[in-house]
Each structure stands twice: as C-alpha cells, then as structure tokens.
Design a binder for this molecule. Sequence first.
Ligand SMILES: [Zn+2]
Ligand SMILES: [Zn+2]
Length: 264
Amino acid sequence: MLVDSHCHLDFPDFAEERAAIVARALAAGIGRMVTISTRVKRFRQILEIAEAFNEVYCSVGTHPHNAAEELDVTAEELVRLSSHPKVVAIGEAGLDYFYDRAPREAQAQGFRTHIAAARRTGLPLVIHSRDADDDMAAILQEETGKGAFLFILHCFSSGRELAKVGVALGGYVSFSGILTFKNSTELRAIAADVPRERLLVETDAPYLAPIPHRGKRNEPAYVANTAKVLAETIGVSEAEIADVTTENVFRLFTKMPRPDVTAA
Ligand SMILES: [Zn+2]
Ligand SMILES: [Zn+2]
C-alpha cells in the first residue's frame, strides 16, 4: 500500500470524475489520500470531499499564494476547524518567492499563524516552500526554538541545505513527480541522503504528473510512479519503499487511521 500524502481533489480539474479518480487510486493500491486545503474560505468543500470517501482525509489552511486574502484567519480558527475527525494536518502554508503572488510579509505572517496552530494541535504542518530557502530555514529555526511542531517540506524542490535543516529540526521531506524528471539529478541525490524514516511521497495532483504521465493531468494513482523512482534512487525494492513511506505517514498523520486489513 502507498499513501498520496498531498493532492488537491477539490480542484476543478477533478470535478467531473472525482469518484472515478479515487477508485483508480484504490485499485492502484493507494490506500489513503490527503487532500490539501489552499483556502480556509473553501474548507467546507474540501471537508465534503473527505467526508464523501472513506480513504480521503484533509488538511485546513491557506496556501502562501492566498496569504494576503486570509490574514484574518487566526490560529484559534485553524485549531477549531481541525478538530473534525477527517482533518489530519494544518496547511499548506509557507513561502513561495517564485510566483510572489502575495507580499512576502503576508506569506510569513500567515505561515507563522499556521505554525502556531500546528504546535497547539500536534497535527503536522504541510509546508510549501519555493525559492525561499534562506527565509524558510530561518523561520523554521526560530519557530522550533519557541516550541516544537511537526512538519513536512512538501513537494521538495529546494536546495540541499534546506533539506538538512528540515531533517535536523525533526521534519519530514516529501517528494512529488519532480523526482522522476530526467533533469532532477540533484533532487534525487538530495532524496538519497534524507533518512528513510523521514521520507514521504505525494502527487500534488492535478499538477506535476510523474514520468510517464508528465505534462498530463496528475492524479493520486500516479504516486506509484514517484515511489518507484524513489526506490531506485535509494536502492531498495518498490515493496520496501511502500512500507517505509506508509509507516512514516501513519507515524506523522496520527489522526489518520490505518486501513482495516481484516476487512479488506
Ligand atoms: Zn504546495
Ligand atoms: Zn499542494
């Protein structure tokens, strides 16, 4: 079994055939999917999707792109919304200096609000970081100094140093389809150096479909393609990488129950 630790099932790309996509993922051995919130304003819709499928769980939070629109969302509100049994994580929040869709100060402020909520709930924080390695490392160091919290550097595509800092602070590192791209040699080298007990896989669907689906719409079933490349990268079997990453998921997403194997 594999878990897609990060996808966006609420995006319009999936509207027509969401049930078919979940069914395809299950048929491909993806036993759990976490659909990630990008706007607290849209949380209702995300929760409805998580409630509609046994195997789908969700997060609550504001993507850095939308940070300026949701600065009024408090840590208290995130904590309150996350009390629903289907909510297993906070985020995604963080810093995106590649697109700079929100002012950087707004991104940082929103990010720190999400950190506070993660600390208070004990739920893992899904961190989005793009072209912001130094500021991300600085905030993580400062905030973990104030009090520990669990976190994932999702869709990791940053530099080696940020991976090191994240792991040193107790974080997990999640790899998407980018890992499978031909020119991702450095990223694979970074993945090979992440301790196995901190590795996760994800699709970030509908974006970033792994090879051989590159350029098409991504979906949770394709997380298997990324897991296969991760296995090759660190020199283990596909069965082993499935075991390792799935164990990691359930250690981290403590609110998400394991599938009942006896019922399968
Ligand atoms: Zn992201
Ligand atoms: Zn995402």
